[in-house]
Write a protein that binds this ligand. Sequence first.
Ligand code: HEC
Length: 129
Amino acid sequence: MMKNHSLALVFSSATLMLLLAINPSRAFAGTKPNEQAGAVLFRDKGCAYCHGSTGQGTTRGPSLANIRKTWKAPKIAEQIEKGGQKMPPFGDAVSNVELTQLVAYLRAKHRPVAPPVAPSEVPPAAPAQ
Ligand code: HEC
């Protein structure tokens, strides 16, 4: 009998982990990890330099404010990977996961704001002699 119970426990935790893996944004209601990671990538990979800190556009790159209404995810991903006339390709600079996160950020209904850049790490103090 005990054995059956622990089997059921193993099975249900495995199911839970599977659900979390399939749909993390739903599992962590209110937080959208991919969108948040994408916001940070947008800042750190140089997108913001041309498209503005919130994607509002600059003289170097167009506004991406309404891209979720006008471009489907695969088209956005392709633009990022291959670049365009004036936009450099980022295929070698972003991993597949990062690409997914950037697309999630650009397609988010309410785009999260990336936290301010952290101050550079202070080197650890030398060990006491
Ligand atoms: C050097 C400037 C520059 C950088 C850096 C840059 N872009 Fe662009 N981006 C552009 C320009 C200019 C266009 C318009 C099409 C073209 O000329 O390539 C564009 C177009 C786009 C488009 C399609 C929108 C449209 O209306 O054409 C998307 C989506 C996009 N960029 C996303 C990104 C993302 C995400 C990053 C960072 C990984 C990024 N861009 C980095 C300049 C840049």
